[in-house]
Design a protein around this ligand. Structure first.
Ligand SMILES: [Ca+2]
Ligand SMILES: [Ca+2]
Ligand SMILES: [Ca+2]
Length: 136
């Protein structure tokens, strides 16, 4: 079950998989683990940690851009295996020191920023209505 929810979340983040669920509800369900229709900062942080672990394919605690490319299938299947892929906005946003290595800290900083952005009424919780693209 964990794996399935995670897969839904990642597919949604990649935003190129058509599912019956909208972006909003698919990702929301994956993050709201206690299913109370609210996302707490703890749930957001733990979602970001799970997402980071998936991206970190060699489990060395950092996500190099190449890992990110592979995890998100950003290189077209006809491209050469090591052909360059331009940095995505999401990666650039997270890589605050621009060394093309994401640390968990950098990745979580973005999560906190996004959380604060989404939490329009500043009550420390993201409601379904507040949860809009690009989500967390
Ligand atoms: Ca890694
Ligand atoms: Ca970095
Ligand atoms: Ca709120």
């Amino acid at each position: 079950m964990k794996k399935i929810l995670l897969a839904i979340g990642i597919a949604t983040l990649a935003a190129n998989t058509a599912t019956a669920l909208t972006f909003n509800s698919a990702q929301f369900l994956g993050i709201d683990r206690d299913a109370n229709n609210e996302i707490s900062i703890q749930e957001a942080t733990s979602f970001r940690a799970r997402y980071f672990a998936l991206l970190d394919q060699n489990s060395n605690g950092t996500v190099e851009f190449e890992e990110y490319v592979k995890a998100n299938n950003l290189r077209s299947s006809t491209a050469l295996e090591d052909s360059p892929v331009p940095l995505t906005d999401e990666y650039r946003e997270a890589d605050s020191n621009a060394d093309t290595i994401l640390t968990l800290q950098e990745f979580q900083d973005v999560g906190v920023k996004r959380f604060e952005m989404l939490d329009k009424d500043k009550n420390g919780i993201i409601s379904r209505a507040e949860f809009i693209s690009p989500g967390l």
